[in-house]
Design a protein around this ligand. Sequence first.
Ligand code: ZN
Length: 83
Amino acid sequence: MLGVRTAFGEAVYTMSDHVVRALCRALASYTDPDDRGTCIDCGSRRLDENLHCRDCGRLHGILGEVIAQHARRVAAASPESET
Ligand SMILES: [Zn+2]
């Protein structure tokens, strides 16, 4: 089971073992030290172990997406809506 909680509510998804294994492999591929890929902003290949571009500062992969989404939520949320 995978639970997702956002500012708009919660949802729980039932996932088969097959899907969970596939998801774990996909997540693991993001931290593969031999394949960091290129920066989608500036094209640099100088990504460090956290998929952080040393040239333009862009974050990539799951960690970068989570941080970017969190930053957008914080920026969009008014103080009154945080209950
Ligand atoms: Zn870059």
